[in-house]
Ligand binder design. Structure first.
Ligand code: HPA
Length: 259
């Protein structure tokens, strides 16, 4: 199987960033080239923007497409990661917009989870899908690459950005939000955060041999989890809270790259 052409893979990247809901571009990316590699799994969500960020070579991909046209269950996660690998990525920082379940994870908090639980279903979640493909049983005990997580945590400290430095991400199917009972169950399961895109992305990154960590941006209290148990979650609140947290996320990212 081939993942890259020699032209596309001319230079390695310092980091690839995947943006989630509300994060459709990296503001300070300069000298941008666009790539749309064809992968064995099909086309990625949109162009991969490769450029210079904080003096380093960074790729950016909007997970839902730059115009947010793809719901979580329709994203071609395999193509996205294979395309990032094709342009030279070895390390992926996944930004995920999430709901907060536990007390420390209120709106506008940034978190770097260390565990996840997969509640999704019906998504192509492995490279071993096609007949004849190599059967892989990758270790996934620590679903996020510990060394890359440590870099995120150290960068937050250097940049003086508040970060919840552990926690469990629960990946739900969406696109609807969860019921209060579903969130109560997830809390009992040990989830701190809930999002719709964390899986199969993390598992596929491991199968592809990519380092992968999650920078979660809490956009709202998950259903029934906040002080107002009857609060209705609106898209506008989600986007406003992500936008408000983006300054801190960008400072963290700059600190991570400026080493
Ligand atoms: N649930 C699932 N995904 C989300 C949420 C939520 O409350 N907020 C943002 N993404």
């Amino acid at each position: 199987m081939r993942f890259r052409s020699s032209k596309e893979h001319a230079m390695t990247l310092d980091l690839a960033v995947i943006g989630g809901t509300g994060v459709y571009a990296l503001g300070e990316l300069a000298d941008v080239e666009s790539h749309q590699p064809v992968t064995p799994y099909g086309a990625p969500s949109g162009p991969i923007r490769v450029g210079s960020y904080a003096g380093r070579r960074v790729a950016f991909l909007a997970r839902h497409g730059e115009g947010h046209s793809l719901p979580p269950h329709k994203i071609n996660y395999r193509a996205n990661l294979a395309a990032l690998k094709a342009v030279g990525a070895t390390r992926v920082l996944a930004m995920n917009t999430v709901g907060g379940i536990t007390e420390r994870c209120g709106p506008r908090v940034l978190a770097c989870p260390d565990q996840l639980i997969d509640y999704t279903w019906g998504r192509i979640s492995t490279l071993c899908e096609e007949p004849g493909s190599e059967v892989l049983h990758v270790d996934f005990g620590d679903p996020y690459t510990p060394a890359l997580r440590n870099e995120v945590i150290a960068a937050a400290k250097r940049a003086n950005v508040a970060l919840v430095d552990a926690g469990c991400y629960g990946a739900t199917q969406g696109p609807r939000l969860e019921t209060k009972a579903e969130i109560a169950r997830m809390r009992r399961d040990g989830c701190d955060l809930v999002g719709m895109t964390g899986m199969p992305e993390a598992g596929l990154a491991r199968e592809l041999g990519l380092d992968y960590a999650c920078l979660a941006i809490v956009a709202n209290w998950a259903a029934g989890a906040g002080p107002d148990v009857d609060e209705v979650i609106t898209l506008q609140d989600v986007l406003d809270n992500v936008s408000a947290a983006m300054d801190d996320a960008a400072r963290l990212l700059r600190a991570m790259l400026a080493v």
